[in-house]
Design a protein around this ligand. Structure first.
Ligand code: PLP
Length: 395
């Protein structure tokens, strides 16, 4: 049986292969420390859970409008106004099954076959595949560790062609943890206006920022920028609600209408109970978020200092999200524990087999000189995991 060309073109994820191997080892009773987590290791706050239980008891268990309930859309509008200085009305909001679903809807709504979407490298694993699924073509723009993983104007301009439809930006960034500077965002905005390109701004990690940094939405620069920006955000990372599957998009009404139409036929409404819980989350106090943020900042500080104290590996201090990109370029070509480290996958495999530590190879993000370490795991695990890495590399 032949599968579709589209399905065949979707790359199977190396990330998943290494994670699956680590899981298998764990199930065999091996004490594996995993730095692969892409979600907060905190529980969803009680006031949110209580709102979900109340929604069930009140019978809010039926279909809702496909694009989401008005109460939640209003809460999202209030949040965007209060925290991001962005004024939207509910008809400019779409509630989806996670931010990923909003991104999927956005790409289907704006792309024609062959349209190009600019993706900064290192990138979140799903961007290229989502673009391809929507018949678009990802066009990569490299960023470098030395430039703090920021865009440079030259590189960005050289990637633009008459087929460029949109650019995806993600700040704070997965996997680099970088926050785009205001100057960089302004440069992207100016180019988008000049070249008539849409901006998809994935702001899912906005609450997880450190060193007194403040998240800025590119859409807040001017009405002109806002009109061509699709802001994507959600509940997953900020409220430790990854499993609830609620994300949202805010954009020009025409774009949101098209995205809502796509969603209405593909999935109908996102889970009704999770929508009520998300309304409560956005209306509630922000102190649980702050506690989580402070904990992440402490872990980051420890992890970064430890990595930079170990010979042959290094990292820059990321200002947001919960990932560190560890530079392994000095190790490539060396042999450790009898295994040749030729790339980030062989490094991760050797580390998993030789030291029972699981990391994500940078090749998954288009950056083979790196491996991604998540600090969404306990202090004890971070301490022990880094001890193991140090010992392994010492050998
Ligand atoms: C950059 C980025 N965008 C979007 C998402 C998806 O978030 P959600 O759980 O809301 O679909 C993730 C999740 O890992 C992410 O890292």
């Amino acid at each position: 049986m032949k599968l579709s060309r589209k399905a065949e073109a979707i790359t199977s994820s190396v990330t998943l292969e290494i994670t699956a191997k680590a899981k298998k080892m764990k199930s065999e009773g091996i004490d594996v420390i995993s730095f692969g987590a892409g979600e907060p290791d905190f529980d969803t706050p009680d006031y949110i859970k209580d709102a979900a239980i109340e929604a069930i008891k009140k019978g809010f268990t039926k279909y809702t409008p496909a694009s989401g309930i008005t109460e939640l859309k209003k809460s999202i509008c209030n949040k965007l106004e209060r925290e991001n200085g962005l004024t939207y009305n509910p008809s400019q909001i779409l509630v989806s099954n996670g931010a990923k679903h909003s991104l999927n809807n956005a790409l289907i709504a704006i792309l024609n076959p062959g349209d190009e979407v600019i993706v900064p490298v290192p990138y979140w694993v799903s961007y290229p595949e989502l673009i391809k699924l929507a018949d678009g073509v990802p066009v990569y723009v490299n960023t470098s560790e030395e430039d703090g993983f920021q865009f440079t104007k030259e590189k960005l301009l050289s990637a633009i062609t008459p087929k460029t439809k949109a650019i995806i930006i993600n700040s704070p960034n997965n996997p680099t943890g970088a926050i785009y500077t205001n100057q960089n965002l302004k440069m992207v905005a100016e180019i988008a206006i000049e070249k008539d390109i849409l901006i998809i701004s994935d702001e899912i990690y906005e609450k997880l920022v450190y060193d007194g940094e403040k998240h800025v939405s590119i859409a807040s620069f001017s009405e002109e920028v806002k009109k061509r920006t699709i802001v994507v955000n959600g509940m997953s990372k900020a409220y430790a609600m990854t499993g609830w599957r609620i994300g949202y998009a805010a954009a020009d009404e025409r774009i949101i209408k098209a995205m809502s139409n796509v969603q209405s036929h593909a999935t109908s409404n996102p889970n009704s109970i999770a929508q009520y819980a998300s309304t409560a989350a956005l209306q509630g106090g922000q102190d649980t978020i702050e506690k989580m943020r402070v904990e992440f900042e402490n872990r980051r500080n420890y992890m970064v200092d430890r990595i930079n104290s170990i010979p042959n590996i290094s990292c820059r201090k990321p200002q947001g999200a919960f990932y560190v990109m560890m530079n392994i370029s000095k190790i490539k070509g060396k042999t450790i524990g009898g295994k040749l480290i030729k790339d980030s996958v062989s490094f991760c495999s050797a580390l998993l087999e030789g030291a029972n530590v699981s990391l994500i190879p940078g090749s998954a993000f288009g950056a083979d000189d790196f491996v991604r370490m998540s600090y969404a795991t306990s202090h004890e695990n971070i301490f022990e995991g880094l001890n193991r890495i140090e010992k392994f590399l010492g050998e």
